[in-house]
Write a protein that binds this ligand. Structure first.
Ligand code: AMP
Length: 122
């Protein structure tokens, strides 16, 4: 597992790696996924490095709620309305590949690959 400082998302947050930033504030950034699994596939990424959702603590309660509200706002901004899916992969065995907490926001058409229903049910 990468350390917090060396994940690709930390580098994106620190502007060491270019990305398609859709939104940024003091708490999070929202980028387009580099390998989209649906016509809309955004990532909501907290600036605080929490490797997995499982590692979040009571101190992160407000931040976690905030990330969901940002996902709502971004869905509206992208014209998705109320038809979208939020995915958080927790742990390598559940498909997490970048160990800096992030929310996938998927919408507009069928979801493919590892986010398809058959994959999620395994
Ligand atoms: P997960 O597998 O849940 O940890 O999700 C990590 C996601 O990050 C995958 O959907 C990748 O396609 C995406 N990703 C990896 N590197 C980048 C990058 N440089 N810019 C945007 N998305 C990325």
């Amino acid at each position: 597992m990468d350390s917090d400082e060396t994940t690709i998302f930390s580098r994106i947050i620190n502007k060491e790696v270019p990305s398609d930033i859709l939104y940024e504030d003091e708490h999070c950034i929202v980028i387009n996924d580099i390998a989209p699994q649906a016509p809309v596939h955004m990532l909501v990424i907290p600036k605080k490095s929490i490797p997995r959702l499982f590692d979040a603590s009571d101190m992160d309660q407000n931040l976690l709620g905030y990330l969901l509200l940002i996902a709502n706002k971004m869905a509206k901004q992208r014209g998705v309305d109320d038809a979208f899916r939020i995915v958080i992969n927790n742990g390598a065995e559940a498909g997490q590949t970048v160990f800096h907490l992030h929310l996938h926001v998927l919408a507009h058409g069928s979801v493919k690959g590892r986010f398809s229903e058959s994959d999620l049910s395994t």
